[in-house]
Design a protein around this ligand. Sequence first.
Ligand code: BGP
Length: 460
Amino acid sequence: IQYKFPDGFWWGSATSATQMEGAASEGGKGLNIWDHWYATEPNRFFDGVGPETTSDFYNKYKKDIQLMKQIGHNSFRLSISWSRLIPGGEGEVNPEAVTFYNNVIDELIENDIEPFVNLFHFDMPLELQDIGGWESRRVIDAYEQYAQKSFELFGDRVKKWFTFNEPIVPVEGGYLYDFHYPNVVDAKRAFQVAYNTMIAHAKAVQVYHSLNVEDGQIGIILNLTPSYPRSSNPADLKASNICDLFFNRSFLDPAVKGEYPTELVQLLEEHGQLPETEVGDKELLKNNIIDFLGVNYYQPRRVKSKETLPNPYSPFMPDWFFDNYEMPGRKMNPYRGWEIYEKGIYDIMINLRDNYGNVESFISENGMGVQDEARFIKDGRIEDDYRIDFIKGHLEWLHKAINEGCNAKGYHLWTFLDNWSWMNAYKNRYGFYSVNLETKERTAKKSATWFTDVSTNNGF
Ligand code: BGP
């Protein structure tokens, strides 16, 4: 074995409630923004397909957990659907949801698969969005209650918690670039949402820490996109530094260090974009840093300085400070339009080691979405050698980082089964298992077999 990973390394995969559960109107679930958006604007979604059924984990979890076990998973990340657990987002819990999540958690544990549970994966209950979503302090309070309830209900068995998955995505999608509900384009509101999310995050961390759970850890999952400048000329460096501030450090610094980068605060202040704060927020952030960090890594960001100055009368946007740079010769995943740059995973880890106190971390998502995988079927299974190469390439760099002292504890693929994706529905498939959308039959891809060896041997 050339690449051996540390003992106890977490091998598994990740998914989210909206993308995998289905049963969107079963079991007493309330509506979230995705159900609502799909009902009102189905043509926004690829092929007009929404999240109502997806891979039907809600009804098939028992079998699916067997499949996880078969491919050597020792851990698996899911999210709780807030609108399933607490329809409407505030008030009473839904007993059917409690039964469902209890069953899933128990089943995982019985099969020696450690449950990693995330509280918020883009799925705001509709009623709470209607009163302002993350712009509203009442929603922060509701989230705190929801977090507390979840810890009380499931915390005796779940020891790995996450407050948010990729909190920047609802900011970018919902408030900057119009690819998520509520389709607002307004940087000031976006910064308020980003800030309030971190206040909600810190409150959940505070609640969890007050419970003093032995062996319990709480963290956040961030999609870190290392920002590479086109050249080392000062203008390019500045552009890439600002990008890093907006898209990485605006969450990473408060989560790990308990405070926002001064440079970011100054920049927002200069442009009149600072969010509203409340007395006590600073201390809250300072006193409630994470125990560990999930890193989702798909692609880097390549940046160059602006070719033309932004019109100062146009509404403020982070894009005032940089242009994206299409580096000649870069390797692309053409289906998703994302660059594949395996070394990025190493650069992230070294940055965490050197600038973030070597915070405990793991790769909480990494994966390759591919269109029309049926064309790779041979003898009844998808021969996804491209996915194996993709995972291998990233694991090699992760291994090097660990050898150099980085504190990385695991690797989760996105995702276990082909599932529904936010805007792309089933266009790109990511799973270890393919899913026949009519019969819901699951079939292992070649990568699943390969990954079984990796997890069983703790290396490859
Ligand atoms: C991450 C999300 C996941 C998942 C994945 C793949 O950003 O946390 O929810 O969807 O990306 O991206 P996509 O489905 O958009 O191709």
